[in-house]
Design a binder for this molecule. Structure first.
Ligand code: HAM
Length: 403
C-alpha cells in the first residue's frame, strides 16, 4: 500500500472542520484589522529563501525541499510565507508606490524536519504581513490581533517578547556576545561553535541544557539597545499593559529566521507538548531593501494551524438544508429531481438507494440536515412528500409542488 510521506498528513472530516473553523475566524479577524488576502506560489527560487530566511538558519541549512527543475532552475517549496509575500510586494512595485499595505495568507509550508507531535514536514500557516508602518503601534496591534484570534477560538496562550535591536545596536552587542562565547568555548556544544561563526545570537536559542546554563550569564541585548530600539520596546510594552495583555520578556528569544530586527515575539501553549510555539513573528525593517526593494518598514506573524487543532473548541454544527430519501426504487428518479431543484437555493444531500424511513432519519441526522424529506409509494400516490423538521420535530406530508 502506498502511504502519504512521513510528516505529511491528510486532512479529513472532523479535522477539516477544525481547519475550516480556524480559517473563518482568522480571516474574519484579519478583515477587521484591514488586511487583504494574497496568494503566492508554493514554489520559489531557492535564492529567495537563502537571502531572506538566511544561510545561517536551520531552515535554509537543513530543512529545505530544494531541487533543480526540468529547466535547470534551483527551486524550493516554501518553508514559510514571509519571503514570498515580500518578493511579490517588490515585484509588483508596491515599495515604489509607497503607503501602507496589509496582506494576509494561509496555506501549506514545507520543512524537512524530523517529524514528531506538532512538527510536520508539510504544515499550514495563517500569516499576515504589514508594510509601510514604522510605528511600533503596528507591532502592538498585530500582537492584539493574534490574541483576538486565539480568544475567539478559546485557546489559552502566553506571549514571549524580545527586542532584537537594529543595525546600530546589534553589531556592537554581537561583539560582546562573541567575547563571552569565546571565553566559554571549551564548554559549549559543537552546534554553538558553528553558530558563533555564522550567527552568534542563535547560540542563545540552543536547546542543550549545559549551553543554556552558560548563556544564563551572557550579556543581554536588552541592556545594549540603542535609544530608538529601547524607546520602541518601552512603547510596545506600555501599549500591551494598557490592554491588560500579559507577556513575559524572554531575552533569549531570537527566532529561527534571520530577517528580524526590533520586535520579536512568540505565542506559546502549555497544552500541546514539546512543540509549543503556536505563533511567531516580529519586525523586519531591512528585508525589503535586502531583496532589492525600496527600504520599507514591515512587521508580521504566522500561526501554525496544526498545532492549534486539538485546542480548538468547535461550536455545535448547526443543522442546515435538506436530506432526500426514497422508500422504494420507483421514487428514486423523483427524489433526484426534487433534490436537484432544491440545490438551486439550499444544501441538499440525496440518498440514491431505497431505504426505510428509520434509516433515512438516521442518515439525515448524521449529515446534520435540518429537514428530512422522504417519498414512498403512499406519498407518490398523493403527489406529496413527507417532511420532518429535525429541530422542531414537526412532520407532515406536503404537495410536491409546494416544496
Ligand atoms: P515560524 O516561527 O518559523 O515563523 O513559524 C510560525 C509558526 O508555524 C510556528 O510558531 C509554529 O506554530 C508553526 N510551525 C513552524 N514549523 C512547523 C512544523 N514543522 N510543523 C508544524 N508547525 C510548524 C515564520 O514562519 C515567519 N514567517 C513568521 C512571520 C511572518 N514573521 C513575520 N511575518
Amino acid at each position: 500500500m502506498i502511504r502519504s510521506l512521513r510528516g505529511m498528513n491528510d486532512i479529513l472530516e472532523e479535522e477539516y472542520r477544525r481547519f475550516d473553523y480556524f480559517h473563518k475566524v482568522a480571516c474574519d479577524v484579519a478583515g477587521r484589522y484591514g488586511f487583504h488576502y494574497v496568494e503566492t506560489p508554493l514554489l520559489e527560487e531557492t535564492a529567495l529563501f537563502r537571502r531572506s530566511v538566511g544561510e545561517s538558519s536551520d531552515i535554509v541549512g537543513k530543512e529545505m525541499y530544494q531541487f533543480i527543475d526540468k529547466g535547470g532552475n534551483d527551486v524550493c517549496l516554501r518553508p514559510e510565507g514571509t519571503a514570498g509575500v515580500v518578493r511579490a510586494f517588490i515585484q509588483h512595485k508596491y515599495d515604489k508606490k509607497g503607503g501602507v499595505y496589509r496582506f494576509f495568507y494561509h496555506g501549506p509550508m514545507f520543512r524537512y524536519e524530523r517529524p514528531q507531535k506538532g512538527r510536520l514536514r508539510e504544515f499550514h500557516q495563517f500569516g499576515v504581513e504589514s508594510f509601510g508602518i514604522a510605528s511600533v503601534y503596528e507591532d502592538a496591534s498585530l500582537i492584539l490581533m493574534v490574541g483576538d484570534i486565539f480568544d475567539t477560538l478559546g485557546i489559552g496562550y502566553t506571549l514571549q517578547l524580545n527586542s532584537l535591536g537594529c543595525h546600530e545596536c546589534m553589531p556592537p552587542y554581537k561583539e560582546h556576545l562573541i567575547s563571552f562565547i569565546e571565553a566559554h568555548s571549551e564548554q559549549i556544544c559543537a552546534d554553538c561553535q558553528r553558530r558563533k561563526m555564522t550567527n552568534p545570537i542563535r547560540v542563545l536559542d540552543c536547546k542543550n541544557g549545559e549551553c543554556q546554563a552558560i548563556y544564563a550569564d551572557a550579556p543581554k541585548l536588552m541592556d545594549h539597545l540603542c535609544s530608538s530600539c529601547s524607546l520602541d520596546f518601552k512603547t510596545l510594552t506600555a501599549r500591551l499593559d494598557e490592554h491588560a495583555f500579559s507577556y513575559t520578556i524572554d531575552t533569549h528569544l531570537v527566532r529561527g529566521l534571520d530577517y528580524y530586527s526590533k520586535t520579536a515575539f512568540e505565542f506559546i501553549s502549555s497544552d500541546i507538548g514539546a512543540q509549543n510555539a503556536i505563533a511567531g513573528g516580529g519586525r523586519y525593517d531591512r528585508l525589503i531593501e535586502f531583496l532589492d526593494g525600496k527600504p520599507t518598514p514591515a512587521v508580521g506573524f504566522a500561526i501554525g494551524v496544526e498545532r492549534l487543532l486539538e485546542l480548538i473548541q468547535l461550536p455545535q454544527p448547526e443543522r442546515e438544508g435538506y436530506y432526500f430519501g426514497a422508500m422504494d426504487a420507483q421514487s428514486l428518479p423523483l427524489i433526484l429531481t426534487l433534490g436537484q431543484r432544491k440545490r438551486r437555493t439550499d444544501k441538499a444531500i440525496i440518498e440514491y438507494s431505497a431505504k426505510s424511513l428509520k434509516a433515512h432519519l438516521k442518515n439525515a441526522d448524521r449529515v446534520h440536515a435540518r429537514h428530512c424529506a422522504v417519498i414512498g409509494e403512499n406519498e407518490r400516490k398523493q403527489n406529496g412528500i413527507w417532511i420532518k423538521d429535525l429541530v422542531t420535530k414537526e412532520e407532515m406530508v406536503i404537495p410536491i409542488d409546494s416544496l
